[in-house]
Structure formats: structure tokens, C-alpha cells
Design a protein around this ligand. Structure first.
Ligand SMILES: C[S@@+](CC[C@H](N)C(=O)[O-])C[C@H]1O[C@@H](n2cnc3c(N)ncnc32)[C@H](O)[C@@H]1O
Length: 368
């Protein structure tokens, strides 16, 4: 298992774009949702479909604390102060640090979470913690390399394209192939990720293509399926931060924010710390899940676990309930799909223009 890697603050922004799920939630309106927490930025937008229940699970206590901080910022702040608190553009300068500190002290957080964040914010002079996860810090480091190779001017220019057609032309005409390849040669390999981020706990790849080809074709899709001016992940890779308002992730969308706020002012989420495959079968309060958002957790499974993970959660899934998995570099092998139908084809169009383009989406519906 990869518990060692996951037990700390690894994700502070969102390593997944949850817009596709938000659109699905608005249509499907599942009653009971269970989601891997991550930064909270991947799980809380699932409230957009106004469920009866949202449970979040994470191995890491710090991720759950971050989720509870996000909940408080949504519950207590206006949309503008929410953007300011998290340091989204245009509120990304030190000019907002004092206000951020004032806002923080109105939140109700459990004492250990509160102390943790006070220490973290103090260390940043109350600057934003949006890029303080290890994952975000790694991509920030990558962005220095990308800018050094490609030049900041060219990367900034890529944000001025207004359509994917214009962007594709820009990519073909203006992006020097050899320099672009060099970025992936230097950054797109397991040893760099292991050295900088996963400390030996990186996914054990089983997709046939090389790391270079995997990342390179993901970026080709980023250029053809998404607009860089609206893509927070591309901007993180190029500039180490979000530079345009259009790229603020789904949690910052006014309508999604309002839906989350209304829900959180009436309800509480249920948070569980631990391994999702132990928590789901063990917790009596978890039952009849209509929507299970697994993140790319299954890509870290091996052996019996990758075979059986869907069977382990099945008794707690409602009939008709859907599991969404974002495979990353590894597709779980020989997974027992007994009692499920693969509905990947049904949801594929929702994921076509998601921001990251690294994930191989799979969706399974419990049928018996
Ligand atoms: C799987 S990570 C996202 C990984 C990211 N795409 C990557 O590969 O670096 C998302 C969240 O899942 C949590 N997590 C990882 N394995 C877990 C498990 N077995 N049970 C519960 N949460 C888990 C992590 O702590 C993290 O907050």
C-alpha cells in the first residue's frame, strides 16, 4: 500500500477536474454520495446535485482537515471572499493576507485542524495555501523547467487563443517540437516523480505506452480538447499558479458555490479517515451508495486488491449506483466486474474536455 505517501498534505488545489461529475450530479441527482476527499476541491462540488448525504473518506488526516476548512469557507464566506481566502485570481497578491487572517478566525474547526492551519498560514505570512500541497509544489517546480525551456512569453501567448481550433494551429505553428519534447524527456518520467513527489510510491504503470508518450499525448489532448485560458492544470504546469479568472476550478463557479453553500448551511458531511476499502465495508452508517467517486485510488492497488475492489464495495452500493474511477498510468488488472455493468461509454462525453486529460475514466453501474 501507499499509505506512507498519502499520509500528509499532498493536495491543496485539486488534482482532478470535477466539472464532469458536477454535470452528472445535476442530471442523476444521486441521494447518497461517497467520495475520496482529496483537497475537498474534488469532493464538495458533488453537492451540486443536492444529495441527501455526502460522505468523504481519506487516508490522510490533513486532507480531511483541509476539506473541513473548505467547507467552512463555503458556509461562512461570500463568493468573493471565498475566492480571496483561497487566493484565486485576482486575489493572489500579499495585499490580501491580512484579510485572509481575519476571515480565518471566524471559522469553526476542531482544535487540531485549527492549530495545523495557524502554523501553516503563519509560515506563509497568511499567504494563500492553495499551492501548498506536495503535488502542487511539485508542479510549481516543473513550471520553472517548462518556462526555462519554452520561454514565458510563448506560454503566456498560448492563453490568448479563443477557440480550440486557434489553439491547435498555435500548437502546430508556434510550439518548437524539439524543445517541447525536451520538457517531457526531463519531467515526464517515473524517476523524477518518485524523487520529487512519491518517494518510491509512484503508481506501477501497466499501460503499454512509455511515460513520455503518456504525458505527451495527454498534453496533445489538453491543446485539442480544452482551452488553456480556462485550464487550471495547464496553467499550474506553465506558471506554477492559476493566472486567469476563467481557469478557476469548479468550486469557484458561482452557481456551484451557491449550491454547496445552501447545502452546507443545512447539512453536515460525514468524514472518515482511513483506507476506503476498509471504511466502506466497516462503517454501519455507510449504505446504499448511489454515487461513489474513487479518484485514481484504484491505480495504486495491486494483486488481490485490484481484482476485488469492486466486490469489496458492492454490498454497500445501491442497485443502480455508479462507481467512477480515474485510472492513472495503471488500469487495475483482472478486476472482478460481477454484478456491475461497464457504463464508461455512457459517461465518456462528459469527460471529453476535463482539464487534466491524464486519466483513463471508467464507470460501473451495480446491476445486481
Ligand atoms: C489518490 S489521490 C490522487 C492521486 C493523484 N492523481 C496522484 O496520482 O498523485 C487522492 C486522494 O486519495 C487519498 N487516498 C489514497 N489512497 C487512499 C485509500 N486507499 N483510501 C482512502 N483515501 C486514499 C489521498 O490521500 C488523496 O487525498
Amino acid at each position: 500500500m501507499t499509505d506512507k505517501y498519502f499520509k500528509s498534505l499532498n493536495y491543496s488545489l485539486a488534482n482532478e477536474d470535477t466539472w464532469p461529475e458536477v454535470r452528472l450530479m445535476r442530471e442523476w441527482k444521486p441521494k447518497k454520495i461517497l467520495s475520496v476527499a482529496g483537497s475537498g476541491g474534488r469532493s464538495l462540488p458533488l453537492l451540486a446535485g443536492n444529495p441527501a448525504e455526502l460522505s468523504v473518506v481519506d487516508l490522510s488526516e490533513q486532507q480531511l482537515w483541509l476539506g473541513s476548512l473548505r467547507e467552512e469557507t463555503i458556509r461562512k464566506l461570500t463568493h468573493e471572499d471565498f475566492l480571496l481566502f483561497w487566493g484565486y485570481p485576482p486575489f493572489d497578491s500579499a495585499a490580501y493576507n491580512r484579510k485572509r487572517k481575519d476571515l480565518f478566525f471566524q471559522f469553526d474547526l476542531e482544535p487540531s485542524a485549527k492549530n495545523y492551519f495557524i502554523t501553516l498560514f503563519e509560515s506563509l505570512s497568511w499567504g494563500s495555501i492553495l499551492y501548498e500541497g506536495k503535488w502542487e509544489k511539485t508542479f510549481r517546480k516543473f513550471s520553472y523547467v517548462t518556462r526555462a525551456i519554452m520561454g514565458p512569453k510563448l506560454l503566456m501567448e498560448s492563453l490568448s487563443c479563443l477557440s480550440t481550433e486557434e489553439q491547435e494551429k498555435f500548437y502546430v505553428d508556434k510550439f518548437p517540437r524539439s524543445r517541447w519534447d525536451l520538457v517531457f524527456k526531463i519531467l515526464g518520467n517515473a524517476s523524477v516523480f518518485n524523487a520529487l513527489l512519491y518517494k518510491g510510491h509512484f503508481v506501477k504503470k501497466n499501460v503499454p505506452e512509455s511515460h513520455f508518450d503518456y504525458y505527451k499525448s495527454a498534453f496533445d489532448r489538453i491543446f485539442t480538447n480544452t482551452l488553456l485560458r480556462g485550464n487550471y492544470f495547464a496553467q499550474l504546469c506553465f506558471f506554477g499558479k492559476i493566472v486567469t479568472k476563467e481557469a478557476i476550478p469548479v468550486e469557484g463557479d458561482n452557481e456551484v458555490f451557491t449550491a454547496m453553500k445552501i447545502w452546507l448551511n443545512k447539512n453536515r458531511t460525514h468524514a472518515y479517515q482511513g483506507n476506503i476499502l476498509e471504511i466502506i465495508p466497516r462503517e454501519p452508517a455507510i449504505s446504499e451508495i448511489d454515487f461513489l467517486s474513487f479518484s485514481d485510488v484504484p491505480s495504486y492497488f495491486e494483486g488481490e486488491t485490484e481484482k476485488n475492489y469492486l466486490q469489496i464495495v458492492k454490498p454497500k452500493m445501491a442497485i443502480g449506483g455508479v462507481v467512477i474511477v480515474r485510472n492513472y498510468l495503471r488500469i487495475p488488472e483482472n478486476t472482478d466486474l460481477n454484478g456491475y455493468e461497464d457504463i464508461t461509454g455512457e459517461v465518456a462525453r462528459y469527460f471529453k474536455n476535463e482539464n487534466i486529460q491524464m486519466y483513463i475514466i471508467r464507470a460501473y453501474r451495480r446491476k445486481s
